[in-house]
Design a protein around this ligand. Sequence first.
Ligand code: PGA
Length: 233
Amino acid sequence: MIIALNNKSNFTKEEFLEYKEKLNKIQKNANLILCPTNLYIGLVEQSNIGLGAQNVSKTSCGAYTGEISATQLKSMGVKYCIVGHSERRKYQHETDEEINQKVKLLLKEEIIPIICVGEEKEERETNRQNEVIAKELEEALKDLTIEEKKKVIIAYEPIWAIGTGLIPTNEEIEKIINLIKCHLPNTKVLYGGSANENNIEELRKISVIDGYLLGGISLKLEKLDIFLEKLEN
Ligand code: PGA
């Protein structure tokens, strides 16, 4: 099981250092990937927790003030990078084309992109989730070879479920994951969106899930510990 922890824009430096020490102690059998705020990447030393970034520049190294390139992430030991999170699509107006550029630059540096896809509430209500997700996948993976496509991880995150406490039914999640695996048979697919220590026993019944992308609960280690415990036992 892959468990990616998306800290988003949280923690001061001191808080993060304390968090990181505690996280090392709750390591379970799951394959944990920590995605701290990009600023703190250099504070994470080599351990059995995978290091991920939350974003990458759409350009290579060069005169791009404020940007962090895939080459720079690699040089800091980053192995994974979240791409196309709905918060970036919404607040930074990230487009499918930019997401595709980022995916390509990451793969060039052998960093595994964790590509987020998911529908809005209104799209689910009008039963358009399949077409929305198929399009997001197609655009994000445009021009990639079959071999490259095998390397990416997809995170299905219904936008209306992120940070809201709402969650699709197991059947709805399973349908979307099967749809993604139909497009990409050898790809690992995570679920994200209000997954927590209270619903994991229900979620773990979905056999096609390869892991989880966790936001809110990634910040609360006592709850994360219970989540991992319930997931594994
Ligand atoms: P959440 O966030 O677990 O707080 O819903 C998930 C995410 O945004 O990746």
